[in-house]
Write a protein that binds this ligand. Structure first.
Ligand code: PGA
Ligand code: ZN
Length: 427
């Protein structure tokens, strides 16, 4: 047995930020080092994602993970003991082969991603390196521009607003530390604005305010007002960003705007979204159309792709083939990169590399169901993604990632480089 070989693996049920069960895997090496990771979970999931294996039934709302834990105990753990933790592609191919299904429906993407990421942590600990460095290899580290939610809607707020995320992108800051300071002021300004207007209900799943605006435009107006009243210029300092998550409210051939009580045909919806992009300082827009409508994505990208970053989440589900097809078909300009959509770190990397090779943007992203796990902060820096999406600016499962990025930035000292406006084609 060599030093970095896996000597033992533990898997346990822990709890995520929605109070639902999830899986933590802890990998120990012969050398004595260890690493662990917790699987996150989405609520607005794309149809092609790796599947979270859940028990169903009444217990814990059907979200139990005893089946996934049994697969770990009976199949995954015995196959990993004795394997080298620093051979990530080899380990991930063992996992994929064991499962044997395209979307990891047998052993569960949740079991696989926790195992895959835990191995990366163990290897980094065994090499005595920070995770970002161990993941990045020879890539020069890059501190990403955060994309931070101010208002939450969609599936994360019981459909109180149709659009899912109303976010800000502080691309004009000079460092991550400054970027967070700017966003803290904007979050504060947004809170004042919604409470003055009597709109505040609480916070949505990712920590953003959950006001009940009478229309999606009112939410966009309030986002812009929050940026400006905090004293920032949306054109040069802090841009607006929306995750439409359109698949969530597309039904029976129309976009069903519950918050506004109307349904729009695909043509009318296209005109609506185009109008927003024309009239607001929107720097990024995610999943503007239902994931199966490639024609609208293509038309929109050709019309607006040179000045607005068009992000594919449900459209791409962190899948290499989908990224390659999107690059060839010009259906978006950036990949939202979520490791648990892919199911293993190696598959995540394949999608990421395909996006980079095509000149697309890359945004490493959390899920709406999260934990204290900060793996993705290291992934963003080590892989030099340039962009990073975690949710809002409250709740510790979000702040854990922002704070980890501050630590990484500080540890890099003069080597720390903030990606800034270049990732959005601005200087
Ligand atoms: P999800 O939301 O984790 O519920 O999918 C995040 C997103 O849509 O970007
Ligand atoms: Zn999304």
């Amino acid at each position: 047995m060599s030093d970095l070989d896996i000597s033992s693996v533990a898997a346990r049920q822990v709890w995520d930020s929605r109070g639902r069960p999830t899986i933590e895997v802890e990998i120990h090496l012969a050398i004595g080092a260890s690493g662990r990771a917790i699987a996150p979970a989405g609520a607005s999931t794309g149809s092609g994602e790796a599947l979270d294996l859940r028990d169903g039934g009444a217990t814990f709302g059907g979200y139990g993970v005893t089946k996934a834990l049994a697969g770990l105990r009976d199949e995954i753990i015995p196959a990993l003991v004795g394997q080298p933790a620093d051979q990530q592609a080899h380990l991930d191919s063992i996992l994929a082969d064991l499962d044997g299904t395209p979307q990891f429906t047998r052993l569960g993407g949740n079991a696989l991603i926790a195992t895959s990421l835990a191995a990366a942590h163990a290897a980094a600990a065994g090499r005595n390196m920070p995770l970002w460095q161990s993941l990045g290899g020879t890539t020069e580290p890059l501190i990403p521009v955060p994309e931070i939610q101010i208002f939450g809607g969609g599936a994360h707020a019981a459909g109180a607003m149709d659009l899912q995320d109303f976010m800000v992108v502080p691309f004009g800051a000079s460092s991550f530390r400054e970027a967070l300071e700017w966003v803290a002021e904007i979050y504060l300004a947004a809170g004042k604005l919604v409470s003055q207007r009597g709109l505040s209900v609480g916070v949505a799943d990712e920590g953003g305010f959950w006001p009940v605006f009478e229309s999606n435009e009112k939410a966009l107006d309030s986002l812009l007002a929050s940026i400006e009243s905090a004293g920032f210029d949306p054109a040069t300092q802090v841009g607006m960003s929306i995750d439409v998550a359109a698949s969530q409210f597309y039904r029976d051939g129309a976009y069903q705007l519950k918050a506004e009580g109307r349904a729009l045909s695909p043509q009318d919806w296209y005109a609506q979204v185009s109008g927003w992009v024309r009239s607001y300082p929107i720097a990024m827009i995610e999943d503007p159309f239902t994931e199966h409508d490639h024609a609208s994505h293509r038309a929109f990208t050709s019309e607006f792709g040179s000045r607005v970053q068009i992000v594919g989440d449900d459209l791409l589900v962190t899948n290499r083939q989908n990224v390659e097809a999107a690059a060839a078909g010009h259906t978006c300009t950036a990949l939202l990169c979520k490791p648990n959509q892919a199911g293993t770190l190696t598959r995540t990397r394949e999608a990421f590399d395909a996006a980079k090779a095509a000149g697309m943007g890359t945004i490493v992203s959390a899920r709406s169901g999260e934990s204290e796990d900060t793996t993705i902060a290291h992934l963003a820096v080590g892989w030099a993604s340039g962009q990073f999406k975690v949710g809002s600016f409250t709740r510790s499962e979000r702040m854990a990632k922002w704070n980890e990025m501050l630590r990484i930035e500080e540890s890099l000292g003069t080597r720390a480089r903030y990606a800034g406006g270049s990732v959005l084609g601005r200087t």
